[in-house]
Structures are given as structure tokens and as C-alpha cells.
Design a protein around this ligand. Structure first.
Ligand SMILES: Cc1ncc(COP(=O)(O)O)c(C=O)c1O
Length: 575
């Protein structure tokens, strides 16, 4: 028989028994006690935001690992205030200050303070969006929010939204765990619709890939995206069973947008092989990108839609990064054609300024997600309003409260101001780099992502001369062709040394810790698709100013020149 006494423990002279554990599940008897803890917590958060100093803590990673290397699971209960202290000293002290206005390196940035408080409401209500039995008002709020986002993307008629906003038969979209799951939801829907039930064939969902190929007479299926596609598309390919190699990556043009002619050619060749009796390929979807992860560019969505129609396939737009910019009417032109997509991914934890993670996927007609519908007897019954009927995820938090409230608090107007500011910052930074003799602009930014690299003046001049020589060499002449290959090799050698220099610069910037930009390597169209290491600045923090950007570039120039003179100038002289 259970005996409270038997389980009674003492810590610091305090008996810890089931009664005390129970108390942790209910509100303290007085509001004062709850407020006391709340105030302590808010103080902690506030000091994290206002604290001066570096962006990253200086602790070394092995030392950080040591802080969290206790293999013993805590046996005794601890006091809340002790754990709060531990969080303060071990976690908060060593967290990255992504909201710092000098942190311009990633898509994760500042969040408005009210979403921190909204997180508390979400936790307190503890709704589970999978079913109405654990998510009442939140189910309807989520559908309202989804219809707002759908409307800014697809701009259907007012009647369409009136009919669908709370319609239990239709689904305009899903809130998802993240952008990866949003892409997965869209592309799985496309796959199921590409191999639907037909006669005695029960559809790919029931029968699986092998039988679907056999029934419809295909040998493989593919998804087509540009080389700038996010790696989540490959993950989707792997997970849905079509395989990595069946994600076809089409080259990009000089603005990092999918090369439309190459896309058309890829689709045409597939069709010709299908008609010519070769191995037959089903195109499950074309994926356009509205804000490439590395360069922030937007594919020609209008033309992609036409190609998708010509080859009768699903057209998905991965607008995880850029989609929220549609809240600002003035920038809608950049996304021309998105309203004709079959499905669109947007991440709320990017340009809706929600904390990670919160993805969204939207479908043009509201009927497409039926291809994923499922139910179970104990929850998500077929005739219910349960959101879980159409989602890949099971249990989900009431995270939609955050962007729902944010859109209300800022309004479309507030978002227009935020995006205008971000556009201004990008163009200021681009101007600073273009005017500076020791930096080279590496992309033509569209959506707040600017790529550049440190390339001292003398090296840029060297590169410029070689590029001119290549242009002058007529490659129809065999001798010239050999010369051209030599020039290309020299350019490659210079780029490769610049890569080393920029990696060193990036490390030094991290060590100084006064600002942060990210670093990546991309095959640069302007350099014959040679791999170039670039610095990547994402200027979306409303607290970043043009003056801060100026400081950042000046600091990078100072560090870059020091590294160049100490370690690299002699090596460049030999090239
Ligand atoms: C274009 C694009 N698609 C998809 C994703 C994946 O989003 P998540 O990290 O939310 O899964 C990203 C993330 O950066 C992205 O930039």
C-alpha cells in the first residue's frame, strides 16, 4: 500500500513529499508568490537583453560541454529558485545574443518583447492543436490566422475567404513545426496527387511507391528545384522515398534565380524520353524559391507556373524566408506569380519575427490537403473540426497565437515599415561595400541578404584584368581556348586564396565578437560557377542602423587588412 511517509525525503531540512510535488502543478495559493517568481524570471530575461558586451560568450566549447556533463539524473527535487540561478549562470550567460543589432548573420534575429509574454500564455493554456477536445478557441483562431496569410499570398475573392475561413471541409493550410515540415507537407500532398486512386488502384498512400509506378507506368519520379534550393527539399526526397538523386537541381542565372531555359529543357527532355519509350519519369513538382537561403533571390514564379502547367505538374513555392514580405503591398511585385502556386511554404520564425520554430504551408484551393487526410477513432474523427485530420505532425502547440497577435499589434502598416527599414539597410550595406576598395559585392540582393567578400584592391584589379582577357579570347579558336583555360585556372587559384583569406577573416570577426555575419560558400555565376567563400549579411533587425553597418564594415576592413598583410600578400604575389 502506498505510504506517503515511505517516500518522504529531506533536503536542506525540508521534507519533500507528494503534497509538495502536487503544489507545483497548481498555482501558488497567493498571486504574490506567483508574481514573485514571475518577476524574478522577467528580470533575468530583461538583463539578458540589456546586458552590454559581446555577442557570443567567450567560453570554449569543451568547457561548455563540461558544464553539461553530469551523467547522474537528479534524484532529489530542487528548489525553483536554485534552478533559475543555474539557468542564469549556465544557460543565459552562454547564449548567443541574436537580437543584438550588430548580429546580422542569420535569419534568427530580434523578437518583439510581447511574444515572450505570449509564450507564457501558450504554456499556461497548454492547448494541443491536434484535436478540438484539447484546443477549443485556439482551433478557430488558428484557422483565422491561416486564412489571413492565405489571403496575402493567393488574394482569392472576399467570398472565397468568407466560405472557407471556418469551413470544416476545407483546409487553406497548416501550421507546421518548421519550414522543413511545411515543404514536406506540400510535396507529400503533390506526390499523393500525382499517383491518385484510380479504378482498382487505391492510390500511392495505400499501395506505396513501387505499386504506384507499376500501375501508372513510371520508373521513377522527380522534384525539380534550382541549385539554390534549401537542403530541406532533398530531405523531403529522401523521406518520401523517391531518393536524393531524384531531386533535380537546375542551374541558376547571374542573379541566382532558376535558369528558366534550362528548367524548360529539363522538363522537355523528360517528356521526350517518356514519349520515346525510354525510362519513364513522373514530375511530382516544380519548386520555385521566394528568397533563396544564401542569396535572398526570388525565382521567376510566373514563368515557372507556365512550365508547371505545360508539363501538368504541381507548382510549390518555398517562400520560407521571403513570404511574409507579402504583408507589405509595396513589395508584392517582387513575388509576381506566387498567387498562382498550388502550395506555398512560409516560416513565421523568420520574417514574422516569431521565435523558432513555426512553419506554415498554404494551398491555393483549400481542397489539396485531403490527399493527406487521416483519422483515428479516439481523436481526429472524420466529421470533427480537428486540425489534426490534415497534419503530418501529431501533437502541436498553440504557436499560432504569436504571429496572430503580432500581425494585430503591428498591422500590415507596421510590417511595411519594418520591411522598408530592412530594404534600406540592405541597400546601405551594398553601397558601403561597393564604394569600398577592399570589398567585393557578390550578389544583387532582393530580400535583405547581401553577399560580399574581403578582396583587397590589388587582388580585385588582378581578377578584373584576367576576366577581361577571358572575354577577349575567342574560344572558337583552339589556341585561344587553351589560353582561356589558363586564365580560368589563374582565376580559380586567386578565388581559392581569397576563400582562405575570408575564412580567416571570419574566424577573427568571431574572436573579436563585436559583430557577426555568417559565412558560406557558393558557386558564383559571375566567376564561372567557381566556389567562392562569401560573407553573408542578413539585415532584418529593426534595431540595426546604417551607422552600425558602417562600423561593421570598417572593423572588417581593419581586421582583413591585418590578416592580408601578415599572412597572404606574399602568396597572392605569386599568382
Ligand atoms: C528557403 C528555405 N526553405 C526552407 C527552410 C527550412 O526552414 P526550417 O529551418 O524552418 O525547417 C529554410 C531555412 O532557412 C529556407 O531558407
Amino acid at each position: 500500500m502506498y505510504s506517503g511517509k515511505k517516500h518522504q525525503k529531506y533536503r536542506d531540512g525540508i521534507p519533500v513529499d507528494m503534497e509538495q510535488i502536487k503544489k507545483l502543478f497548481i498555482m501558488p495559493e497567493s498571486a504574490d508568490k506567483f508574481n514573485e517568481f514571475g518577476n524574478e524570471l522577467l528580470d533575468l530575461i530583461h538583463s539578458f537583453f540589456t546586458e552590454k558586451g559581446g555577442i557570443h560568450s567567450s567560453i570554449l566549447l569543451p568547457d561548455l560541454a563540461k558544464l553539461f556533463s553530469n551523467t547522474n539524473i537528479p534524484a532529489e527535487p530542487h528548489l525553483l529558485k536554485d534552478i533559475l540561478y543555474e539557468i542564469k549562470t549556465k544557460v543565459i550567460a552562454h547564449s548567443v545574443k541574436v537580437g543584438n543589432p550588430y548580429y546580422i548573420g542569420h535569419m534568427t534575429s530580434a523578437v518583439p518583447y510581447f511574444v515572450i509574454l505570449l509564450e507564457m500564455i501558450i504554456a499556461a493554456l497548454n492547448q494541443n492543436q491536434v484535436k478540438i477536445e484539447s484546443a477549443k478557441a485556439s482551433t478557430f483562431l488558428e484557422k483565422e490566422f491561416i486564412s489571413w496569410m492565405h489571403r496575402i499570398i493567393f488574394m482569392r475573392s472576399p467570398k472565397f475567404y468568407k466560405n472557407n475561413i471556418q469551413n470544416r471541409e476545407t483546409v487553406l493550410g497548416n501550421m507546421t513545426l518548421d519550414g522543413t515540415m511545411a515543404n514536406m507537407t506540400a510535396l507529400l500532398t503533390a506526390r499523393n496527387r500525382a499517383f491518385p486512386p484510380d479504378g482498382r488502384f487505391p492510390g500511392i498512400r495505400e499501395a506505396g511507391l513501387a505499386e504506384a509506378y507499376k500501375y501508372y507506368g513510371y520508373d521513377r519520379s522527380v522534384i525539380i528545384v534550382s541549385r539554390r534550393g534549401h537542403y530541406s527539399i532533398e530531405k523531403v526526397g529522401r523521406t518520401m522515398g523517391i531518393g536524393n538523386r531524384n531531386i533535380i537541381k537546375v542551374p541558376v542565372d547571374s542573379r541566382n534565380k532558376i535558369d528558366i531555359l534550362r528548367l524548360e529543357k529539363t522538363c522537355r527532355e523528360i517528356e521526350e524520353t517518356n514519349l520515346g519509350g525510354g525510362p519513364r519519369t513522373k514530375i511530382i513538382a516544380l519548386v520555385g524559391i521566394a528568397g533563396t537561403t544564401e542569396t535572398g533571390n526570388i525565382d521567376n514564379l510566373k514563368e515557372m507556373r507556365k512550365i508547371a502547367d505545360r508539363y501538368k505538374t504541381h507548382f510549390h513555392v518555398d517562400a520560407a524566408w521571403g513570404g511574409s514580405v507579402l504583408l507589405a503591398d509595396d513589395f508584392r511585385y517582387l513575388f509576381s506569380g506566387i498567387e498562382k502556386a498550388d502550395s506555398v511554404t512560409v516560416d513565421a520564425h523568420k520574417l514574422l519575427y516569431a521565435p523558432p520554430s513555426l512553419g506554415m504551408v498554404f494551398f491555393r484551393n483549400g481542397t489539396e490537403l485531403k490527399a493527406l487526410m487521416h483519422n483515428s477513432n479516439y481523436i481526429i474523427r472524420p466529421d470533427s473540426v480537428d486540425l489534426g485530420r490534415f497534419s503530418l505532425e501529431g501533437s502541436r502547440p498553440f504557436a499560432s497565437l504569436k504571429p496572430w497577435a503580432t500581425i494585430k499589434i503591428f498591422g500590415k502598416h507596421g510590417f511595411s515599415l519594418i520591411f522598408e527599414h530592412a530594404f534600406e539597410l540592405t541597400s546601405v550595406l551594398r553601397g558601403l561595400v561597393e564604394m569600398h576598395c577592399n570589398f567585393e559585392a557578390m550578389n544583387q540582393p532582393e530580400l535583405f541578404i547581401f553577399n560580399y567578400r574581403f578582396a583587397p584592391k590589388a587582388i580585385q584589379e588582378k581578377l578584373g584584368k584576367l576576366m577581361l582577357k577571358i572575354q577577349d579570347a575567342d574560344s572558337s579558336d583552339e589556341k585561344n581556348n587553351t589560353v582561356k583555360i589558363q586564365y580560368l585556372k589563374r582565376i580559380e587559384n586567386i578565388n581559392s586564396l581569397l576563400n582562405e583569406l575570408n575564412i580567416e577573416l571570419h574566424k577573427a570577426i568571431r574572436e573579436e565578437d563585436e559583430s557577426f555575419v555568417s559565412r558560406t560558400m557558393i558557386d558564383m555565376p559571375q566567376y564561372f560557377y567557381q566556389n567562392c567563400v562569401i560573407l553573408r549579411a542578413i539585415t532584418i533587425n529593426p534595431l540595426t542602423t546604417p551607422e552600425i553597418l558602417k562600423e561593421i564594415i570598417e572593423q572588417q576592413n581593419k581586421i582583413g587588412l591585418k590578416i592580408y598583410k601578415t599572412f597572404f600578400s606574399g602568396r597572392f604575389d605569386k599568382l
